[in-house]
Design a protein around this ligand. Structure first.
Ligand SMILES: Cc1cc2nc3c(=O)[nH]c(=O)nc-3n(C[C@H](O)[C@H](O)[C@H](O)COP(=O)(O)OP(=O)(O)OC[C@H]3O[C@@H](n4cnc5c(N)ncnc54)[C@H](O)[C@@H]3O)c2cc1C
Length: 307
C-alpha cells in the first residue's frame, strides 16, 4: 500500500477528476461531532445532550461530516460563526484545504486546529490554525503539505454572542432576523440557490477561477478604463471579481462542446456531460486567454486536478 500514490477526496465538489486515477483514493468517513468541556473531555454533540451555556464552544468535527448540514445544525442551536458559510458543498475535511469562504467569512475566522494523519509516517498530528497557513482560497495543504496529509478532524470555536456579518453584497436585505444565526444561514442558502447551479443537477465545481488580487498601481490603470469595476480591499492589494472580468468578455452563457459558462454566474464552468478533461482544460485556457487579452490579468484555476 505504501508504494501507491494516495489521493484524498471528500465529496469531489472542488476537483477535476482524471478519467483514470492511478493509486489509492481515500475518502475519510468519520461522522462524529463532539464539544469540548473546560476539563478537555469530549462529549457527543447530539440533540439529547445539552451543550453548556458558556459564551463560546469548541467543536471537534470529523472529516466526513457534511459541511452544509453542520452549518445548519450549529445555526439552529444558536451558535454563531458558520452561518455565512451555509450551503458550500462538501465535507468538513476539505474545508481547510482551500480555507473555504463566502459572504465575508472564511473558515480561518473560526478554526482553532486541524487533526491529520501524515501519509508518509502514519503519525497523528495536530496543527494549530497558524500552522495551517490559511489565506485566500489557500492553505499549507495546497502548498508545502500538498498530498502529504489526511485531515481527520477540525476543531472549530463557535460563539453564543450574536455576531452578524451582513456587510457583503446583497446579504443584509435578505436576512429576516439578524439576531438569529439560522436566519442568516437561511438567507445565504436562498441567495446561493438563486445564483449557483446545483452540482447534483448540472455538474460544476463552484468558482472555477480565483478572484485575482492585483497591486494598487495596476488597479488604478484598470479603473481608469473601467470606472465601475467591482473591487474589494485585500491585504496585499485590490481583489477583483473574476466573474465580472469573464462577463465583460461577453462569455456569460457561452458554450463550447461539453462545457460552458453558467448563464447566471460567469465564474462557474458547467459540464453538460461526456467530453474529456483535455477538452475542459482547453475550454479553461480559452477563458484565461480572453480575460488576459482584455484586462492583462491572468486568472488562476481554483479546483485541483486529481489523477
Ligand atoms: C456549487 C458550488 C459552490 C461552491 N461555493 C464555494 C464557496 O462559496 N466558497 C468556497 O470556498 N468554495 C466553494 N465551492 C468549492 C467546494 O465546495 C469547497 O472547496 C469544498 O470544501 C469541497 O469539499 P469536498 O468534500 O467536495 O472536497 P473535494 O472536492 O473532494 O476535495 C477538494 C480538495 O481537498 C482535498 N481533500 C478533501 N478532503 C480531504 C481530507 N480529509 N484531507 C486532506 N485533503 C482533503 C482533496 O484532495 C482536494 O484537493 C463550491 C463548489 C460548488 C460545486
Amino acid at each position: 500500500m505504501r508504494s501507491l500514490q494516495i489521493h484524498v477526496l471528500g465529496q469531489g465538489s472542488n476537483v477535476i477528476l482524471a478519467s483514470f486515477i492511478d493509486g489509492l483514493v481515500i475518502i475519510p468517513q468519520g461522522q462524529h461531532c463532539q464539544w469540548e468541556a473546560t476539563d478537555g473531555i469530549l462529549h457527543d454533540w447530539n440533540d439529547a445532550v445539552a451543550t453548556p451555556d458558556c459564551t463560546s464552544l469548541l467543536l471537534h468535527v470529523d472529516a466526513g461530516v457534511d459541511w452544509p448540514s453542520l452549518v445548519n445544525r450549529a445555526a439552529q442551536q444558536g451558535l454563531w460563526g458558520l452561518e455565512n458559510l451555509a450551503l458550500i458543498p462538501g465535507n468538513a475535511g476539505a474545508a481547510p484545504v482551500q480555507n473555504i469562504g463566502a459572504y465575508g467569512v472564511e473558515l480561518a475566522d473560526v478554526l482553532e486546529a486541524v487533526h491529520c494523519i501524515d501519509i508518509a509516517s502514519g503519525e497523528h498530528q495536530v496543527l494549530s490554525v497558524e500552522a495551517c497557513e490559511l489565506g485566500y482560497r489557500s492553505s499549507i495543504f495546497k502548498g508545502a503539505f500538498s498530498g502529504q496529509k489526511i485531515i481527520t478532524t477540525l476543531v472549530i470555536r463557535l460563539s453564543r454572542e450574536p455576531a452578524p456579518k451582513l456587510g457583503y453584497a446583497d446579504l443584509e436585505e435578505c436576512v429576516k432576523d439578524p439576531t438569529d444565526p439560522y436566519s442568516i444561514a437561511d438567507a445565504v442558502s436562498e441567495i446561493r440557490r438563486a445564483k449557483l447551479p446545483d452540482p447534483k443537477r448540472l455538474a460544476n465545481a463552484g468558482s472555477f477561477f480565483k478572484n485575482p488580487v492585483i497591486d494598487h498601481e495596476r488597479f488604478q490603470q484598470i479603473e481608469k478604463a473601467h470606472p465601475h469595476i467591482p473591487h474589494y480591499p485585500a491585504p496585499d492589494g485590490v481583489k477583483l471579481a473574476a466573474g465580472w472580468l469573464i462577463d465583460q468578455c461577453g462569455l456569460k452563457g457561452y458554450r463550447s462542446g461539453h462545457f460552458g459558462i453558467h448563464e447566471r454566474q460567469a465564474l462557474v464552468v458547467v459540464h453538460f456531460g461526456e467530453g474529456t478533461v483535455e477538452e475542459l482544460l482547453h475550454f479553461s485556457d480559452f477563458i484565461v486567454q480572453s480575460v488576459e487579452a482584455r484586462f492583462g490579468i491572468i486568472l488562476e484555476r481554483e479546483p485541483r486536478m486529481i489523477g
